[in-house]
Design a protein around this ligand. Structure first.
Ligand code: SOE
Length: 381
C-alpha cells in the first residue's frame, strides 16, 4: 500500500463475474507494480444474506442492496458492473453521470443502442471506462497480436473462430433467474451471439481490424422452457447457436461459430489466422500455447511449432512464477485490472474501451439482423 494512491471500487454483482473481478482487483497490485491500490470498498446485490457472505469471503468493507446508493456514495471512485446484461446500461449511465469511472462485464449492452448510450455517457462525462473482454489478456493471444502487428504473418487471408459449449442441451433446463438468466432474452439481449460470439468478435477485431459485412444464421433448438420466475412454460427468445461468414475491412475472409449444443465441449474457444507467410492457432483449453507455422523457415525443418508461452519475455509472464510454469483463466482478469490501473496513472485509456465494446455490439446486432433478413449486413457505424 505504501506510496500507492487508493482507488475505491464498488462492484455490482456477486455471481461468477463478481468473483473473477473481485479476485482481479485483489491480485493485480500483488503481482504488478501499480500506481493505484484498488480497495474493495463495497459490493452490491439484492440478496442480503448471500451478499454478506460474499462480502466476507472477498474482504469487502461494506455492502449495499441498492446500486443507486452505491453510485451516489462519495467514497466510491469506480463502479464495476458484474451483474446480468439487462442492468449494464442503467448502472453505467448513472455511474458516469455521477463522475465515477466505469468498468463493465461483456457484452457492453444487450444491443448496440444500449451500448451507444453507455459509450456516450462515459465519453461526455470524460471518465475512464473498460469492458471486460478478458481473452485479450491471455499471454499467448497477446503474443499472437505482436506477431501480427510485426508483420510476421504478412497479408491476412483468413480468420476462423469458434466458441463451443454444451450446457443447455437438456430441454428440462429452465430459463431465467439467477444462474440461468443467460437463457432469458429479456435479460441477456441475445443468446450465444452476445455471450460467446461477442468474445470471438472482440478478439478478432483487435487482431485483424474492423469487420465490413456479415452473413449469418442462428437457431433456437429448444423453443420453450419453463421460466424460473413465473413458473410458466414460455417461448425461448435466445439463439442457441449462431454462425456467420464475414469479410474484414482488410479484405480477409472469416467464419465464426458459437453454440451451447456441441456435446462434450465446455468452453472451447479456438481461433486460427492464416497469412501470406505464416499461420497461427490458439485454443482456450490449451491457453498457454500458440501453434505457429512459418513458411519462411528452412524447407526441411518447416513445420508447426507449439510455443509454450510461459517464458519471462512473453507478455505478462515475468510478473508470475518462473519460466515454464503456467497461469490460467483468472489471470486474464488480473491482467486487465492491472492494465486499466496502469493506463489510468498515465492519463490513458486501456482497451477495450466502451467504444470498442460498442463496435462489438454493432457486429452482433448485424449478425442477428442478417440471420433474420437472410441478407448480408454491414455493422452500422
Ligand atoms: C457462458 O457460459 C460463459 O460463462 C460466458 O458468459 C463467459 O463470458 C465466457 O468466458 C465463458 O462462458
Amino acid at each position: 500500500m505504501i506510496g500507492r494512491k487508493t482507488l475505491n471500487i464498488g462492484v455490482v454483482g456477486y455471481g461468477f463475474m463478481g468473483r473473477t473481478h473481485s479476485n482481479a482487483f485483489l491480485q493485480a497490485p500483488r503481482f504488478f507494480d501499480l500506481p493505484y491500490q484498488p480497495v474493495l470498498k463495497a459490493v452490491c446485490a439484492r440478496n442480503s444474506e448471500r451478499l454478506k457472505s460474499f462480502a466476507n469471503t472477498w474482504g469487502y468493507e461494506s455492502a449495499e442492496t441498492d446500486w443507486r446508493k452505491l453510485v451516489e456514495r462519495a467514497d466510491i471512485d469506480l463502479i464495476d458492473i458484474a451483474s446480468p446484461n439487462d442492468t449494464h446500461a442503467e448502472i453505467a449511465i448513472a455511474a458516469a453521470r455521477a463522475g465515477k469511472m466505469v468498468m463493465c462485464e461483456k457484452p457492453l449492452g444487450r444491443n448496440a443502442a444500449e451500448a451507444k448510450a453507455m459509450t456516450e455517457a462515459v465519453e461526455s462525462a470524460n471518465v475512464a471506462n473498460m469492458v471486460w473482454y478478458n481473452y485479450r489478456r491471455v499471454p499467448a493471444v497477446v503474443l499472437l497480436k505482436h506477431l501480427i502487428d510485426d508483420g510476421r504473418l504478412g497479408r491476412i487471408f483468413h480468420y476462423r473462430a469458434k466458441f463451443l459449449q454444451d450446457w443447455t442441451i437438456s430441454q428440462d433446463l429452465p430459463q431465467g433467474g439467477e444462474g440461468l438468466w443467460r437463457l432469458d432474452v429479456s435479460v441477456a439481449g441475445s443468446g450465444v451471439t452476445g455471450d460467446l460470439l461477442a468474445h470471438t468478435i472482440d478478439t478478432a477485431m483487435w487482431l485483424n481490424g474492423p469487420i465490413a459485412e456479415v452473413s449469418a444464421m442462428t437457431e433456437t433448438f429448444v423453443k420453450q422452457r419453463k421460466h424460473n420466475l413465473t413458473g410458466q412454460v414460455e417461448p425461448v427468445g435466445i439463439d442457441d447457436a449462431s454462425a456467420f461468414l464475414c469479410r474484414f475491412q482488410n479484405g480477409s475472409l472469416a467464419t465464426f461459430e458459437a453454440t451451447r449444443y456441441a456435446r462434450g465441449h465446455k468452453a472451447l474457444y479456438t481461433l486460427e489466422i492464416n497469412g501470406e507467410h505464416a499461420s497461427a492457432m490458439w485454443d482456450l483449453h490449451d491457453l498457454h500455447r500458440i501453434q505457429f507455422f512459418d513458411h519462411r523457415d528452412e524447407g526441411q525443418l518447416r513445420g508447426w511449432r507449439s510455443i509454450h508461452v510461459t517464458d519471462s519475455d512473453h507478455p505478462y509472464m515475468r510478473r508470475w512464477w518462473v519460466p515454464g510454469l503456467q497461469i490460467g483463466y483468472e489471470h486474464t482478469f488480473i491482467h486487465q485490472a492491472a492494465d486499466f490501473l496502469e493506463a489510468l496513472s498515465e492519463g490513458k485509456q486501456a482497451a477495450p474501451t466502451f467504444r470498442d465494446g460498442l463496435a462489438t455490439d454493432l457486429v452482433t446486432d448485424a449478425v442477428l439482423e442478417s440471420a433474420k433478413t437472410r441478407q448480408w449486413e454491414a455493422p452500422c457505424t
